[in-house]
Design a binder for this molecule. Structure first.
Ligand code: KG4
Ligand code: ZN
Length: 354
């Protein structure tokens, strides 16, 4: 398995990423080109702009991943690429590139599900992580609680009925007038450190629903109302120009938001652990992954839930929690080893699968 060499390509959202990973999990290279400038300019991911940015970056990103790993295309065993979920215009850029390489160098292709990759990269990080395990996947677009019974066998225990937690972090950060160049989530986490998490009593979502689903739209609205009712002119006064008193108010909102957003995760995860242990009593690990899992407060609180229930928390390092090429390459390896891949495209086949 050590001889296996996988290139992973990820273009589902706003980062163009590629990596080369060995079959035994050794990461040979990891390259990411971020579109954070575009995000600030457009206030979110604009699909057409993102597609153009991916198209401009993809060749260089893949070439750098190969160069950094000191390999060429002909050394590869296969190419793994994200095929969804994500923005289809953006996904196509990665798929096109992957199919081109596969065609020219006669390589098999592995199509990878982005959320499965967020979950399975934890098996690269922790070699003792065996099925079955429980996974909480928290990102900008998804909030999933999944019981992973085997490769490709997942039982969904919960999902969001409206927004994902990352979306709530991103919007709240923008409404609070934070500098979101490095992402709304990290900016809000930093400001929250200065605030009193008990200063505002936001309502915890869905307490009356005894299931494992999530809802973040209502909490988002509560944040907006908290800003408006305090007359914080966050639209025209960025946090860097705010008075000390104004800054403290914003920090209090950030900290209170974070406390409740994560309390909602804790509620649902506690119930999911109970459900999962009933279905699969041999579970030993609780995986927390996806961009929001790079948040230290989130990790600490969910570690408590794991410990309370006798489970071990497995959460990848932040660079493998947020979107990256390694998780795609690794998930490609898992499927490839299990014999799940496509043959190389024929020379006269069109490059697009979609
Ligand atoms: O997994 P990811 O990189 O992309 C998607 O698949 O969506 O997750 C991105 C999300 C964004 O909403 C971002 O603000 C959030 O993860 N995020 C964080 C932190 N770092 C990234 N949220 C809270 N705290 C963080 N430190
Ligand atoms: Zn993601």
């Amino acid at each position: 398995r050590r001889d296996l060499l996988m290139l992973g390509i990820e273009t589902s959202c706003d980062d163009t990423a590629a990596a080369v990973v060995r079959g035994d999990g050794e990461i040979l290279s990891q390259v990411i080109a971020s579109q954070s400038d575009l995000l600030v300019k457009w206030g979110g991911v604009a699909p057409k702009m993102a597609e153009e940015a991916h198209a401009l970056a993809i060749d260089q990103v893949v070439q750098k991943a190969l160069d950094d790993a000191n390999v060429s295309e002909s050394d590869l065993s296969a190419v793994a690429v994200t095929i969804g979920p994500g923005l289809s215009l953006c996904l196509r850029v990665g798929v096109h590139k992957a199919r081109n390489i596969a065609k020219v160098f006669r390589l098999p292709i592995v199509g990878v599900h982005h959320m499965e990759a967020h979950a399975l990269v934890s098996r690269l990080v922790n070699k003792n992580l065996d099925y079955p395990f429980l996974a909480l996947l928290i990102s900008g677009g998804h909030n999933l609680l999944v019981l992973a019974q085997n490769l490709g066998e997942y039982v969904q225990l919960g999902t969001t009925i409206d927004d994902a937690i990352g979306e709530a972090y991103d919007k709240s950060a923008r409404w609070l007038g934070l500098d979101i160049r490095k992402g709304g989530g990290p900016a809000l986490e930093e400001l929250a450190l200065e605030g009193d998490p008990n200063s505002i009593n936001f309502r915890v979502p869905m307490r009356q629903h005894k299931d494992c689903n999530f809802s973040y739209a209502g909490l988002k609205t509560q944040v907006r109302l908290a800003i408006e009712s305090r007359n914080l002119r966050t639209d025209d006064i960025p946090i860097s120009s705010a008075t000390e008193e104004d800054r403290q108010l914003r920090a209090n909102i950030a900290a209170s938001f974070q406390r409740i957003a994560v309390l909602h995760l804790e509620d649902r995860c506690q119930r999911a652990v109970e459900w999962a242990l009933k279905l699969e009593p041999s579970i030993k690990h609780f995986v927390v992954s996806g961009g929001v899992a790079s948040n230290q407060y989130v990790r600490a609180r969910l570690n408590d839930i794991a410990e309370k229930n006798g489970l071990q928390l497995v959460s990848p390092p932040p660079s493998l929690c947020t979107d990256n090429g390694v998780m795609i390459a690794w998930t490609g390896i898992e499927h490839f080893v299990a014999g799940r891949f496509e043959d190389p495209p024929l020379a006269d086949e069109p490059d697009d699968m979609q």
